[in-house]
Write a protein that binds this ligand. Structure first.
Ligand code: TXA
Ligand code: MG
Length: 322
């Protein structure tokens, strides 16, 4: 199969027609590129698992074309806490895990009694869903365990020859995956840290850790991983003292100059802006990963707010290597 990249609105109708035919297509969202399939078609959803080499136990996020779909797919649409959260955070980088209705195919939720739902704010993604008129299941458009794609070219690197179409919407503005939250008994269990931070959620309900390790398979320790071993250090001072044994790259937070012991450096944000850092994180990791280095050393972000989500991705990227 040849994979074509089509830029912008020109590809909307074609993407929608492919979805209607049970095919899978890569679409831009504000967080990362998604690999979309009709969420109500189990065979189409199976194609997503196949193209990504994703294990069947890891459920997909379902993206809604409009709010009325929430009640069609879940039993929690009119829960007051759910209502206040979606009024504040949808459309946007925010995913809710809610009790599902039988219409949602088992393969999409990996047989869980819940379904993860979100509404993207990306204009191209919304245009495709408006045209298609039904929800799509769309995990990040990378092979399982690898770095999420934040540009059409990254999707091509991951899935060339496995999917017919990538809709190119340019680089993703947010750059890290949506926050995943499960409301249970009036509390919000944070299953995946993301652009909507614990601080953003706290006014709505108590924010708690995941109820158990298996509640969100995205909690698997190794995820978002480059092929080059990545080591997360605990401070800038530790980076300055670090002596790599072979050619190493530095994934820096905000330093202007490359320390001499590193062969390459990517800086996430010279102005110490976590939003800018999040938007650049995966492209910077991907670039360092392409240089044939022995090691990538990462400097930690300040851990509050969006920094917590960035730190989470760096920890997971380093899980194989430590
Ligand atoms: O920003 C995003 O969320 C992107 C864009 C494309 O929408 N999507 C994304 O999907 O990151 P994915 O499949 O890579 O991550 C979905 C996460 C996984 O950690 C999965 O385990 C969790 O959501 N998840 C999905 N359904 C769940 C469920 N029913 N219960 C608990 N966790 C669930
Ligand atoms: Mg993913």
């Amino acid at each position: 199969m040849t994979t074509r990249i089509v830029a912008g609105a020109a590809g909307v109708e074609e993407a929608s027609a492919l979805l209607a035919a049970g095919q899978i297509v890569a679409l831009p969202t504000e967080t990362v590129y998604g690999l979309a399939a009709s969420a109500l078609d189990p065979e189409a959803a199976a194609r997503v698992f196949e193209a990504k080499e994703r294990p069947a136990f890891d459920p997909l996020i379902v993206h809604l074309p409009s709010l009325d779909w929430l009640d069609r797919l879940t039993t929690a649409a009119f829960d007051p806490l759910v209502q206040s959260l979606i009024q504040r955070f949808w459309p946007g980088p925010f995913t809710l895990v809610l009790a599902r209705r039988p219409i949602v195919p088992d393969i999409v939720t990996s047989d869980l009694p819940t379904v993860a739902v979100r509404m993207s704010a990306h204009p191209l993604f919304r245009a495709v869903l408006d045209h298609f008129g039904a929800p799509v299941a769309a995990p990040s458009a990378n092979r399982f365990g690898r770095i999420s794609p934040t540009a059409a070219q990254h999707v091509l690197e991951e899935l060339d020859g496995r999917i017919p179409l990538i809709l190119d919407g340019g680089p993703c503005a947010v750059g890290i995956e949506s926050t995943v939250v499960a409301p249970i008994d009036g509390a919000l269990h944070l299953l995946r840290a993301g652009p909507i931070t614990a601080e953003d959620l706290a006014p709505f309900a108590p924010v708690l850790p995941p109820p158990s390790a298996i509640a969100s398979p995205g909690q698997l320790p190794s995820h978002y991983a480059p092929l080059t071993p990545l080591r997360l250090l605990s401070s800038a001072a530790e980076v300055d003292k670090f002596k790599p044994a072979g050619p190493a790259g530095l994934l820096a937070w905000s330093r202007p100059f490359r320390p001499a012991q590193f062969a390459a450096m990517e800086v996430l944000t010279l102005r110490s802006d976590p939003r800018e850092a999040a938007a650049r994180l995966f492209a910077a990791m991907r670039h360092l990963d392409s240089l044939g280095l022995d090691l990538i050393v990462a400097e930690p972000p300040p851990p509050a707010g969006l920094g917590a989500a960035i730190l989470d991705r760096l920890r997971k990227a380093s899980a194989y290597s430590e």
